[in-house]
Design a protein. Structure first.
Length: 682
């Protein structure tokens, strides 16, 4: 039966069409905010599948979130059928994991190696630091050491450039110890998921050729967010066939602080001779009034590809973006709640409205006002659900029951408490080192390690639990979901009592236990898709260890809520109404975090371009710092916008129309009459 064919360019504008049809050789697609880049990626993928008659598994699309990868695969499969699900889409880290799982032996990793996150990596670093005599470990910030160490690994550095820099000297000592520790534990960290595949490709030409042969086309989304290592990985994949298409917007490069190199997208044409550059400048998201001020702001950056957003020709001009000036940030937070009510009264749903701010500290007061006004809201970008101890512990139990590693085993060995103290751990460690085995393997030989019988019996009990754990979840009670089985197992082993030991009251115990119950719901959702099998449990553990921050929301909760987000967390999203608060110097650009003014300007641009229909910008004349109100100046980015493009309300209030004025007066007289009546009765 012949495959159904589609015209993948139907409904596309000329620039989008050109990007879809260009399938040979290097391609840079400069996709401005709201220009339909996902549509282009989907259409280009479908067109290549159809025109070149290749398998979906021969196309690799690298993204920065699993959500983006799922959406792309779903949209392609919707048109081409089940075979579209064979398309390889995923994050850079999941790509690295895929390669390392396949070639684990050549990479020097055990077959069931685990993946540790940054939190676990920093803990290892702290442990190594404490073992270095006279290190004055309290004087070192482990996060800073970790950041420098990753920079060295990415650039292949092994020695300090400046012998007088104590951090560089310490990293020189710590780095080989850290890598040796990872090897001993049989795990990979997040940086290793990118670096180890590169080492494989460098040392094993046959493996590199196999991977290059598999992927005949490579595409990268959000290319402006790639770092040095990710770019090297892309180059390794495509340097023979050069069928590489990258999509991104240098004007939305806002992650320099975590290693993203805007130069990757700026210099891409010079890396690939004959590169075709296509600009998607037509914005389908925002009104012309919003687009105009976005162009004004970003045009002040000099190091950028020339690009101007153009409104959809059919779009109405839209309302002028509004600027409200308040006496102080207390008033600002109160009036933000009033603005939300204003737009809800205009017919917008709570979920149509987003409140954006530069740093998390600004959100607290706004959150309090929304709560006070009984306005439902949701916060994105706070403490990650999968960073919670309860979640990590449950994940570690699953990991250790199927494919244990030392990090996961150490996490659960005394959670709940089993009387396994430092002395016991030291004896097992010594035994492990003498016999060249992993810590969790040595634990099973506790008698030979000289551990007391009572404690040894507790270790035996833990292993009995782990050995039966998967079977108990999958087959213990067919009427009970896998997630419910997990909660039951954790409760029966005494984990709730363990939580209670560290909590002041039962309310806190329940709050922390609820984290475990939510984790169980996430597990059930995964099992529903993959089936009630051991393989599904293993895939779940892998997926959760790689899970994106911000992907942990409960998707079943459909209550419309106002979205509270930092500017970094809002990227990639869009809302009919955006209220952008704190447009002041020292907030944006930020006084301590905003050393790169060009990146701060891009951050402002990202915030503005989230708005589809209405944009409100706010600032305060004074803002409380260190307990006192201090003068605050308007952001330079706000001042760069011509006055005629904005509706400026210096009084902090929007003028009301005649009908609204009459309604307000009627409400006032009604209140006065009610008050007078009560006074007569008393």
């Amino acid at each position: 039966m012949s495959q159904q064919t589609f015209d993948w360019t139907t409904g596309l504008n000329p620039e989008q069409r050109e990007a879809v049809l260009h399938t040979k050789g290097p391609l840079l697609i400069l996709a401005g905010a709201g220009s339909g880049k996902t549509t282009v990626l989907v259409s280009r993928t479908g067109h290549i599948l159809q025109s070149e008659k290749i398998k979906p598994s021969e196309i690799c699309v690298l993204t920065f979130t699993t959500k983006a990868a799922r959406e792309l695969k779903h949209r392609v499969a919707h048109k081409v059928g089940p075979r579209g699900k064979e398309l390889w889409t995923g994050t850079f880290h999941s790509f690295g994991l895929k390669i390392l799982r396949k070639y684990h032996k050549e990479a020097g990793l055990p077959s069931g190696f685990g993946v540790i996150d940054q939190g676990d990596s920093v803990e290892i670093l702290k442990e190594l630091l404490s073992n270095i005599r006279n290190s004055g470990k309290d004087a070192f910030k482990s996060d800073k050491l970790f950041s420098i160490m990753n920079e060295w690994r990415a650039n292949g550095r092994k020695t300090a450039r400046n012998p007088e820099d104590e951090y560089e000297v310490m990293v020189q000592v710590l780095l080989p110890k850290y890598l040796k520790k990872l090897e001993m534990l049989g795990v990979a960290d997040f940086e290793g998921l990118l670096l180890k595949p590169l080492e494989l490709f460098k040392n094993h030409a046959k493996i590199l050729m196999e991977v290059r042969t598999q992927f005949k086309h490579v595409m990268v989304d959000e290319f402006q967010d790639t770092n040095v290592t990710q770019f090297k990985l892309v180059q390794a994949l495509v340097d023979e066939h050069r069928n590489i298409a990258v999509v991104g917007d240098d004007d939305q490069s806002i992650y320099g602080w975590r290693g993203a190199c805007v130069s990757n997208i700026l210099d891409f044409p010079s890396h690939y001779e004959g590169c075709r550059v296509i600009r998607l400048e037509r914005n389908y998201r925002s009104t012309p009034a919003i687009i105009s001020i976005a162009n004004e702001v970003i045009s002040k950056n000099t190091a950028r590809h020339g690009k101007i957003l153009r409104a959809n020709p059919d779009a109405e001009p839209g309302e002028k973006p509004e600027v409200f000036v308040f006496d102080n940030d207390d008033v600002e937070s109160e009036e933000v709640a009033s603005q939300v009510r204003f737009f809800m009264d205009k017919g917008y749903k709570a979920s149509d409205i987003a409140v954006l701010y530069r740093s998390n500290g600004q959100g607290g007061m706004i959150e309090a006002q929304l709560r006070k006004n009984q306005i439902p809201y949701s916060i994105t970008g706070g403490t990650g659900f999968f960073d919670r101890k309860e979640t990590k512990d449950a994940l570690a139990y699953l990991r250790c029951s199927m494919s244990p590693n030392e990090i996961a085993f150490r996490r659960i060995v005394n959670a709940p408490t089993r009387g396994i103290g430092e002395t016991t751990v030291e004896r097992i460690e010594e035994f492990a080192q003498r016999h060249g085995v992993k810590f969790h393997v040595a634990s099973r030989k506790w008698r030979e390690a000289g551990v007391q019988n009572a404690i040894g019996e507790n270790i035996e009990g833990l292993y009995r639990l782990l050995d039966n754990f998967p079977d108990a979840l999958l087959h213990g009670n067919p009427e009970r979901s896998v997630g419910e089985g997990l909660v039951t197992q954790m409760h029966d082993m005494g984990y709730r009592d363990y939580i209670r030991q560290t909590c002041k009251d039962e309310q806190t115990v329940q709050k922390r236990w609820t984290v475990l119950e939510i984790f169980a719901r996430v597990l059930d959702s995964f099992v529903e898709r993959g089936g009630r099998t051991m393989n599904t449990l293993m895939e779940f553990v892998d997926a959760m260890e790689l899970r994106d921050a911000g992907d942990d929301s409960d998707e079943k909760d459909q209550t419309p809520k106002v979205q509270l987000l930092t500017l970094h967390a809002c990227k990639g999203l869009e809302f009919p109404v955006v209220i952008f608060v704190g447009c002041e110097e020292e907030l944006i650009p930020h006084r301590t975090l905003g050393s790169d003014v060009a990146e701060e300007r891009r951050l402002f641009y990202v915030g503005v371009t989230r708005a589809k229909e209405r944009l409100v910008l706010t600032r305060a004349r004074t803002r409380k710092r260190f307990g006192k109100f201090q003068p605050a100046a308007p952001s330079r980015f706000l001042l760069e916008i011509p006055e005629q493009m904005l509706a400026d309300f210096e009084t902090g209030f929007r003028p009301v129309g005649e009908d609204q004025r009459k309604n307000l007066m009627a409400d006032l007289f009604k209140k006065l009459d009610t008050t007078a009546s009560r006074q007569k009765l008393t």
